[in-house]
Design a protein around this ligand. Structure first.
Ligand SMILES: CC(C)=CCC/C(C)=C/CC/C(C)=C/COP(=O)(O)OP(=O)(O)O
Length: 313
């Protein structure tokens, strides 16, 4: 026993543990000071530079991704200590599937392993109370990763201290298109309930039928029928949209020519739900936003990207 103790003790290991304890103490102090000031509720992170780091350090690229993951977790812990409520990480875009097959495979293996590690980490799940949410097109992921994602969400569902949103197989274009399609379908269902079929005040029966069947827009551009149905209804969805989004809607109509009004309006509702800003604020945001990376990033790039894509049914 004594022999084993004398083998494990070394001045170097003693120095290393002393050094890390001192660093930990100062980090803790620094975070306490920072927490006195304003702390953002939501921090979004784009994982980037893992391969460049690996190439520069002459290590395997998979190891570069592994180090990137470790950094993410320590950043998450620091955010949680500061009182940040949401950390959103853009970990894998739909476009990333176009990377070489062996890299995609290695990343998928890493995701599966790390999602399970998060679930099994006492530190993350119990001490930090991390709740995991996976955002994206889960159907595009291999079944083992999808299952790991479901496990992580289920295992941390009860936690509430900090939410870790992991964007996997995600792009904001796909998200916007899907949400618009979903809202369109709900809207059209509401429309068909709210408006008696064949009412003389409504659009022609032909355009009404087209809207109900979920077309992207009215065939004839801004047919009176289509606009009248939208503007005159009292459903909350419609009035919300009309209330603060008229500028956005009309700009969108001008830009897209014959894209349907239904979609312009739905986009307005969605922008509001995204960040709670008014249509005009959102537009100002659009005009001033820049940077390549923002284009595909959730929240910041959403509206900008939407304006540059034409929704298709
Ligand atoms: C569970 C969980 C959160 C797992 C995370 C897995 C992980 C590390 C994903 C990052 C993948 C990725 C595309 C990183 C970007 O760096 P890059 O490859 O684009 O590097 P580069 O900019 O140097 O080319």
């Amino acid at each position: 026993m004594e022999e084993a103790d004398s083998k494990t003790f070394s001045p170097l290991s003693y120095f290393i543990s002393l050094y890390s304890a001192v660093c930990g103490y100062f980090r803790h102090l620094l975070l306490r000071i920072l927490a006195v000031g304003p702390v953002p509720q939501h921090i979004a992170i784009i994982m980037d530079g893992n391969r460049r780091y690996a190439d520069r350090s002459h290590i395997d690229r998979t190891r570069g991704h592994l180090y990137g993951y470790d950094r993410l977790i320590s950043t998450l812990e620091r955010c949680s200590e500061l009182g940040v409520k949401y950390v959103t990480v853009y970990a894998f875009s739909i476009d990333n599937f176009m990377r070489p097959a062996d890299e995609v495979q290695a990343l998928m293996n890493l995701m599966e392993e790390k999602l399970d590690d998060i679930c099994n980490s006492y530190r993350l799940t119990k001490q930090y109370g991390v709740r995991v949410q996976i955002l994206g097109e889960l159907s595009l992921l291999p079944s083992n990763v999808r299952a790991a994602a479901e496990r992580a969400m289920a295992a941390t569902r009860q936690n509430s201290s900090v939410v870790l949103n992991i964007c996997l197989a995600y792009t904001s274009t796909a998200e916007m298109v899907h949400s618009i399609q979903e809202i369109r379908d709900k809207f059209l269902a509401t429309l068909s309930e709210a408006v008696p079929t064949g009412s003389a005040c409504l659009c022609s029966s032909k355009s009404e039928a087209e809207n109900r069947s979920g077309r992207t827009g009215a065939r004839n551009g801004y047919s009176h029928g289509s606009e009248f149905c939208v503007m005159s209804s009292n459903t909350s969805l419609q009035s919300e949209a009309c209330e603060g989004y008229s500028t956005l809607c009309s700009q969108r109509r001008q830009q897209n020519g014959e894209n349907g009004f239904v979609h312009d309006m739905v986009a307005g509702v969605n922008f509001r739900e995204v960040d709670g800003k008014s249509g005009q604020e959102r537009q100002n945001g659009l005009m001033t936003e820049g940077g390549e990376d923002n284009d595909r990033f959730p929240v910041t790039g959403v509206a900008k990207e939407f304006l540059s894509c034409s929704p298709k049914g």
